[in-house]
Design a protein around this ligand. Structure first.
Ligand code: GUN
Length: 283
């Protein structure tokens, strides 16, 4: 039977430490600032944005909210991003995705200054990660790495299998594992013999967004299982991408859903914002 990696507890512990760091920065006259931009009324995005604002408040970070109507033009949004890029109170800019269809997401992400790209989505940030010289790491994969660190897991030479190749999780988490000298395989919808790949893995990172697609019986005895999926199924129940109960019988460590990777994403956003503010001090 495996041990749980409790993301909720780890996030709470990190946020306490970050609040102390913010107090120290404030003593030097710096208040870390995060601008959060939401366009439109998407209910899930509203919930995420309000969670981000509350987390900022609890940590002592200045939260600069911009809630814009759904018919905001791309040019108006780009003007706001430009203003935030030049606002000295702002250390991080987050434009909540998805954006309405009439706005080109890539164009907006590209407009964010790489110096304030605390989401780690800008091609500059992604490129720096790819060449092994990371600036801001994107928050969910960074949270996964912190979870592995929390159990003192040494990735050096280990077989990591990432299931999912999204720009937000799969690709960056693979690069982060590579940075730590793991042997990394990325599986996706066209992968043949997924069970075979998963069965070889010392660490399985599941980020496909399909409820319980990865079967517990595939997991190698003693493997570490990190489940990034959060899927709502019947009766509003939340499940991950991994069949939890059966996987927990094989794994040495496993993350639960909910209460696993989820709480780490916002935590790493705060972490990146504080890091950015610290660079303001240094610079
Ligand atoms: N939408 C869902 N997750 C995220 C995230 O991590 N960052 C942004 N900007 N939008 C999101």
């Amino acid at each position: 039977m495996s041990k749980l990696i409790d993301g909720k507890a780890l996030a709470a512990q990190m946020r306490e430490q970050m609040a102390v760091r913010v107090e120290k920065l404030k003593e030097t006259g710096i208040v870390p600032g995060l601008a959060v931009v939401l366009v439109g009324e998407d209910p899930a995005s509203r919930v995420y944005v309000s969670m981000k604002e509350k987390a900022c408040e609890a940590t002592g970070i200045f939260s600069d909210e911009h809630k814009l109507p759904a018919d905001t033009t791309q040019q108006e949004l780009l003007q706001l991003v430009d203003r935030l890029n030049n606002d000295p109170r702002i250390d991080g800019i987050l434009v909540q995705l998805p954006l309405p269809d009439h706005i080109d997401e890539d164009c907006v992400i590209n407009a964010i200054s790489p110096l304030k790209d605390v989401d780690g989505f800008h091609p500059y940030s992604v490129g720096c990660l790819a060449i092994g010289n990371p600036t801001f790491r994107s928050c969910t994969p960074y949270g996964v790495m912190k979870m592995l660190e929390s159990i003192d897991y040494d990735l050096n030479g280990k077989e990591v299998v990432v299931v999912g190749r999204s720009n937000i999780v799969g690709k960056p988490v693979a690069l982060m594992c590579l940075e730590q000298n793991a042997t990394v395989t990325i599986c996706h919808s066209r992968t043949q013999n997924l069970a075979g790949h998963v069965g070889r893995a010392d660490v399985v990172i599941a980020a496909v967004g399909r409820p319980e697609m990865i079967k517990g019986e595939w997991i190698k005895e003693g493997a570490v299982v990190i489940d990034v999926g959060i899927n709502r199924v019947a009766d509003k129940k939340l499940v991950g991408d991994v069949e939890f109960a059966t996987a927990a019988e094989k794994a040495s460590y496993i993350t639960p859903v909910p209460g696993g990777v989820g709480p780490m994403t916002i935590t790493m956003l705060l972490f990146n914002t504080i890091q950015s503010a610290s660079q303001r001090v240094a610079g």
